[in-house]
Design a protein around this ligand. Structure first.
Ligand code: MF3
Ligand code: CO
Length: 256
């Protein structure tokens, strides 16, 4: 069942999602060659708790940490650990919080030092895919319109769209109906109504779309070993223009 949120609920969801973006903005100052992914996780957990939130992924279906930190060929759900960031890596940092009973969920892919130009393009175009999908989240459009735009841009660039992992409704639960695929056909699926709140999250591979899960039960990697990028915003469907609840501008003003 797809919930329609009240304006009061949306106000709280705005706060939850801004706490996620503020966490990203804080991490931006720490993300550099040599830092371990577990250190980023500790900083994020402390920051979220200091600001009155609860880490949203920690213990979710048994997930062990606050962040998912996914480097290069890790698509999503990379578990923080002793591994350090290296020059030339791309790293997606997916973060969720619970604030006043409502979830925030957003992901940003960062570049470490000198990244290969073709991989920089992948990152830039994946962010564009997200915004092209988001633009379609207005009342009267269809769910398939979102995936169609994402897939079209990704495939025009020569990339591939991960099929097994999708965006989702978000609210009192991290994952609510509907599922939001990053591929699809115009005019198909659920008709969108004002007050629906979605986490839209394209995962785009430089090479082929196939993925596999590691033995840790979480880490998802590309089969061909090529890099993958991931951006996610939580958004409200509105009548004429979508409202984005998370905010990349506060992250990007901290990127040197
Ligand atoms: N943004 C991801 C999602 O919405 C992260 C979930 S990680 C988990 O599915 F650990 F919470 F499962
Ligand atoms: Co999500």
């Amino acid at each position: 069942m797809v919930f329609i949120k009240t304006e009061d609920e949306i106000e709280i969801l705005k706060k939850s999602n801004m706490l996620v973006s503020e966490t990203h903005a804080m991490l931006t100052k720490e993300i550099r060659e040599g830092i371990s992914t577990i250190m980023l996780d500790k900083l994020a957990e402390e920051f979220i708790r200091d600001n009155g939130g609860i880490p949203g992924f920690l213990n979710y279906k048994g997930y062990p940490n606050t962040l998912c930190v996914s480097i290069n060929d890790v698509v999503v759900h990379g578990i923080p650990g002793k591994q350090t960031l290296k020059n030339g890596d791309i790293v997606s940092i997916d973060c969720g919080v619970i604030f006043n009973g409502y979830y925030g969920d957003s992901c940003y892919t960062f570049e470490i030092g000198n990244v290969d130009p073709s991989i920089k393009e992948l990152v830039k175009n994946t962010k564009e895919c997200l915004y092209k999908g988001i633009e379609k989240a207005v009342e009267g459009n269809y769910l398939g319109d979102i995936g169609f735009e994402i897939q079209k841009h990704a495939e025009n660039c020569g990339y591939s769209v991960v099929r097994e992992l999708v965006g989702h409704g978000i609210g009192k639960n991290l994952h609510e109906d509907p599922e939001i695929p990053n591929y699809g056909k115009k005019g198909r699926g659920l008709k969108l109504k004002e007050g629906m709140v979605f986490a839209i999250e394209p995962m785009i591979n430089l090479g082929k779309k196939e993925i596999y899960q590691e033995n840790d039960g979480w880490t998802i990697k590309t089969k061909d070993g090529k890099p993958s990028a991931h951006f996610e915003h939580s958004v409200v469907v509105r009548k004429n223009k979508v409202e984005i609840l998370s905010d990349f501008s506060i992250i990007e003003k901290n990127i040197k």
